[in-house]
Design a protein around this ligand. Structure first.
Ligand code: AMP
Ligand code: MG
Length: 352
């Protein structure tokens, strides 16, 4: 080979190598001699866009298993899918017990625990009130006081009876279950448990405001998770959390609501009054290793208000909170101080 040809071959080889690097550079990580591939997917499941990122040798397979598991849980938990366990239970309320999937039995048991823990602020039998208000549907309306009074009587988690053999009985006619405040958290826990079992490298799951991260990022840095600003006129985020192996769940009045005569009627309903919760809070975020806790409690804290929420947090392990109030204050667990950076000036930050 003459000299010119040799130089030409070297240049061609360099171009090819550079090409391979640019095509795969974003997807290829050399982590302790393992070839970690990134797989990414978005799908509409459980009424929200679920976004998943997996980092592992077998990321594509794990992503497809993850989506399949989530679809399965949606099929048994949804109130609108005819064959779901929840629909069967609602249909048979006051009539007969229903044998349900182990996941349905477990999520109802957990829901019952959260209802007791929050003195009924969280109530999985909220269905009749959710239907009456119809918030986020074509039938949304402000019901009459009389209608509300009648329906409030049908909401009571104490009327769920747990029987042997994964059977559940809703004791009263007209009762109905709605797992909208916990299903995503339960699902995220189920997926993270699966990642632990097969020991994957790293993962990020975002189910419309419910974020769970598994381990650290592949470059060993912490995940940066934004906390959405409930004041939509500002838009964006209020803070960034630096986390690993954690779930961050936010409930807010901006997610699903309608305005009538200047009043915002949103989707988190106080089971005691039958009206959308109004206790000064406009967004409630819970940070916990356990996403079911984070999901159920973020909804509950919205209803309980600042003082009762912090009282409950003190009694629990591994629960940290950020409560934003309508008077532009953010009440934040002291334990988050080292992990959080606020990005707006308008909020008065109160650690406690
Ligand atoms: P989240 O977005 O997790 O706060 O859940 C809100 C959803 O949970 C609503 O859209 C309803 O489906 C349901 N929900 C509303 N109020 C309650 C409540 N007090 N307890 C349990 N679930 C509720
Ligand atoms: Mg919730």
């Amino acid at each position: 080979m003459n000299y010119k040809r040799f130089i030409f071959a070297v240049i061609i080889l360099m171009i090819i190598l550079l090409g391979i690097y640019f095509i795969n550079g974003d997807q290829l990580f050399n982590d302790k001699d393992k070839e970690v591939q990134k797989a990414e997917g978005t799908e509409f499941i459980m009424n929200t866009f679920v976004r998943i990122r997996i980092y592992d040798k077998n990321s594509e397979v794990i992503l497809s298993d993850t989506l399949q598991k989530l679809r399965h849980l949606e099929n048994i938990f949804s109130k609108t899918i005819e064959e779901s366990d929840i629909n069967k239970l609602n249909y048979n309320a006051g009539i007969a017990a229903v044998k349900v999937n182990k996941h349905t039995y477990d999520i109802l048991k957990e829901s019952h625990k959260f209802a007791e823990m929050t003195e009924g602020s969280f109530d999985p039998t909220i269905g009749p009130l959710v239907s009456l208000w119809g918030i986020g549907t074509d039938d949304q309306k402000v019901p009459s006081e009389n209608e509300i009074r009648q329906v409030v009587g049908k909401v009571n988690y104490k009327d769920i009876e747990f029987l042997d053999n994964n059977r559940v009985f809703l004791k009263k006619r007209g009762m109905s279950l709605d797992l909208g405040a916990i299903a995503k958290g339960y699902a995220a826990d189920n997926i993270i448990e699966y990642y632990e079992q097969i020991d994957i490298e790293s993962a990020y799951i975002n189910m419309g405001g419910n974020v769970s991260v598994y381990k650290r990022k592949v470059d060993d840095s912490l995940w940066k998770i934004g906390i959405q600003d409930p004041d939509q006129s500002r838009g964006g985020i209020i803070a960034v959390l630096n986390i690993e192996d954690t779930s961050v769940v936010t409930s807010g009045n901006y997610e699903r609501y309608f305005l009538k005569d200047g009043v915002r009627y949103h989707h988190i309903i106080d089971p005691e009054t039958g009206y959308p919760a109004k206790n000064g809070i406009i967004s409630s975020t819970v940070i916990s290793h356990d996403s079911s806790y984070a999901d159920a409690l973020s909804t509950s804290f919205y209803i309980l208000g600042v003082e009762k929420s912090f009282d409950l947090v003190e009694k629990l392990k591994d629960i940290k909170i950020i409560l934003v109030t309508e008077d532009n204050k953010a009440y934040v667990s002291e334990k988050l101080k080292a992990k959080i950076e606020f990005t707006v000036d308008e909020l008065e930050i109160i650690y406690r």
